[in-house]
Design a protein around this ligand. Structure first.
Ligand code: FAD
Length: 405
């Protein structure tokens, strides 16, 4: 260890770590960000797949209140250009059928908002289940949006973190935006922290790169990383913190993308989306967004238990399942039209171990518990898991990083 000790160590250069570092810089405090991976942005990661493609965070949700909206460059509100197509097994829903489905969707959400929150229970216990569209709506709101089945999610946490539009799509990608906001920050890549001593005075972080001392630490790694014990804490974390981590497990949302082989765009206009209704006994459906900004790629998601199962089987199994999902809507035309495939690995990657958190039934208070400062403020956790309103999103990670700083 050498050189002057920084005021604060930040573990992780995702949204929360970047926001914390920017807030400290504004207040004239010194910090060093230690990032295990070889890039900045964490679960906000834009790659090139013909055009820009986000592998993680894709939309700036609830843009009117989203702290990242202030920084966004060229973008559009997806809901103003998106038409949603729902496939019913043999064909796509007519306008009237879709309107009926969408009405049921509104009623489903209204029922959850009106349900008593005490005592806390699973979302599914409060959800309508008898209507013809309810299984499809529950699958969409659970696995495909919250990355976990509604049976395993706290109703109170769900209602408090429920987000509304506008949903902005930045042309540079959310990862591009977040990386831009990290410019000039003191970030050390390939610096995995394996041990954090917060006995005091101050804190000491260690890894195979050596060690670094500071006055305080802000830990922003995912709850999947914390639950796996990838960082050893001395002294051990208090029981309340460990219970909060256990109460906020990671769901999984795997993204899959295909590039068009030729000119066929499957009869779907840019920015439109398509998904299938749930059929009892069949594999749970995925959901797809076509040709964003006129790009030659389509991207989709598989979430929840099915995503974990496919993640363990590997990318080839996920690609095959995705091709089957698209073939169920477009037949052989999909296979002919769609070539190169990309599958994300958030579930198996030891730097993340999932996509984002949900609260288990009965554990809605865990987010505030995890965010509570420890050791007279020497140690704080930040990240999407710690934000009671924008949990699971880049906005929550950003706001929680700022507040920890
Ligand atoms: C497929 C997918 C789709 C999503 N869609 C959206 C969306 O549309 N909109 C939205 O708002 N959000 C979305 N999210 C969620 C959003 O990406 C996350 O909530 C947010 O990026 C989390 O930021 P964070 O700073 O809390 O954590 P992270 O981004 O995970 O940052 C933590 C950092 O810590 C690093 N790290 C891990 N272990 C160590 C260690 N031992 N030492 C040092 N560093 C370490 C990691 O490499 C990582 O860079 C999506 C996520 C996924 C995966």
């Amino acid at each position: 260890m050498h050189g002057p000790d920084p005021d604060v160590l930040i573990i992780g250069a995702g949204c929360a770590g970047i926001a914390a570092a920017r807030a400290l810089r504004e207040r004239g405090q010194s910090c060093v960000v230690l990032e295990a991976g070889g890039r900045i942005g964490g679960r906000a990661d834009t790659t090139r797949f013909g055009a820009a493609l986000d592998l993680g965070a894709t939309w700036l949700h609830q843009a009117d209140d989203n702290p990242l909206t202030a920084f966004v460059g060229e973008h559009l509100d997806h809901d103003t250009v998106r038409e949603r197509h729902l496939h019913l097994g043999e064909r796509f829903a007519t306008g009237a059928e879709f309107a009926d489905y969408w009405r049921a969707h509104g009623a489903f959400e209204a029922a959850l908002e009106a349900a008593p929150l005490v005592p806390d229970r699973s979302v599914m216990e409060a959800a309508p289940q008898a209507g013809p569209w309810d299984a499809t709506i529950a699958h969409w709101l659970g696995s495909q949006i919250n990355a976990a089945e509604l049976t395993g999610i706290s109703l109170e946490d769900y209602v408090r973190t429920d987000l509304d539009g506008p949903n902005l799509l930045p042309r540079e990608g959310v990862g591009g935006l977040v990386a831009r906001l990290a410019e000039g920050l003191p970030i050390r890549l390939n610096h995995a922290v394996t041990h954090l001593d917060w006995t005091g005075p101050g804190v000491v972080a260690r890894g195979d790169w050596g060690g670094l001392r500071a006055g305080r630490a802000i830990v922003t790694v995912s709850n999947g990383v914390l639950a796996a014990g990838s960082i050893a804490f001395t002294p051990e974390l208090p029981e309340a913190t460990r219970a909060a981590i256990a109460g906020l497990p990671m769901g999984l949302l795997t993204k899959i993308a295909f590039r068009a082989r030729g000119a066929d765009r499957l009869g779907i206009a840019p920015f439109h989306s398509a998904r299938r209704a749930v059929t009892p006994g069949a594999e749970p459906p995925m959901s797809w967004v076509f040709w964003p900004f006129g790009a030659d790629h389509v991207f989709g998601f598989v979430g929840g238990a099915r995503a974990w199962e496919l993640s363990r089987l590997g990318p080839a199994a996920t690609e095959a399942a995705a091709r089957a999902d698209l073939a169920a809507m477009f037949g052989a035309r999909a296979e002919a039209a769609l070539g190169e495939c990309l599958v994300t690995n958030w579930g198996e990657n030891p730097l993340f171990r999932g996509s984002y958190t949900h609260a288990r039934p009965g554990h809605h208070a865990s987010r505030a518990a995890l965010a509570a400062p420890l050791g007279e403020g020497r140690l704080r956790f930040a990240g999407e898991a710690c934000h009671a309103r924008f949990a699971g999103t880049v906005a929550g990670a950003w706001l929680s990083g700022e507040s920890a700083a």
